[in-house]
Design a protein around this ligand. Structure first.
Ligand code: FEO
Length: 171
């Protein structure tokens, strides 16, 4: 049984995860438009991951007998300066999501809500991986600078990313 405050906060996180999906879908579309198919693939896989994050919380609310309440999703940016700009915005957004997850854990601890605290640990770990991936790609993009060949090589590497559905992953 969740408190109303906890259920509201988790519903807020559903919205943030949906926005994350929407943001990366927008970055995927922009990448396709600018001819970077590998970047487009990477962001589309990220979009799929965000949808699984959304559904994890959705299913948890349902399993706890709380009401899922969907809210409007904000419009994501549609124009980006460069691939580096997209990844810097991605990292900035993920730091915001990490902060939000940490606040949810704080609330669960305050309320002695052990079930929600345990549920949220998966997200705590996931955020380490997400920020790490973004930081790595930002470093590569900074090394590449204005080198078109380097950018194409990274584009080919990002084209290899494959979405692994949660049931088949090690969660
Ligand atoms: Fe759902 Fe990118 O964290």
């Amino acid at each position: 049984m969740l408190s109303e405050k906890m259920a509201d906060a988790l519903n807020g996180q559903v919205n943030k995860e949906m926005y994350s999906a929407y943001l990366y879908m927008s970055m995927s579309a922009y990448s396709t438009y600018t001819g970077l198919k590998g970047f487009a693939n990477w962001f589309m896989v990220q979009y799929q991951e965000e949808m699984t994050h959304t559904m994890k919380i959705y299913d948890y609310l349902n399993a706890q007998g709380a009401q899922v309440k969907l809210a409007a999703i904000a419009q994501p940016p549609t124009e980006f300066v460069s691939p580096l700009d997209m990844f810097e915005k991605t990292l900035e957004h993920e730091k915001f999501v990490t902060k939000s997850i940490n606040e949810l854990v704080d609330l669960a601890i305050q309320e002695n809500d052990h079930a929600t605290n345990i549920f949220l640990q998966w997200f705590v770990t996931e955020q380490i991986e997400e920020e790490g991936n973004d930081t790595e790609i930002i470093s590569e993009l900074k090394l590449i600078g204005e080198d078109g060949r380097g950018l194409l090589m990274l584009d080919r590497e990002l084209a290899q990313r494959v979405f692994v559905p949660p049931a088949a992953s090690s969660e």
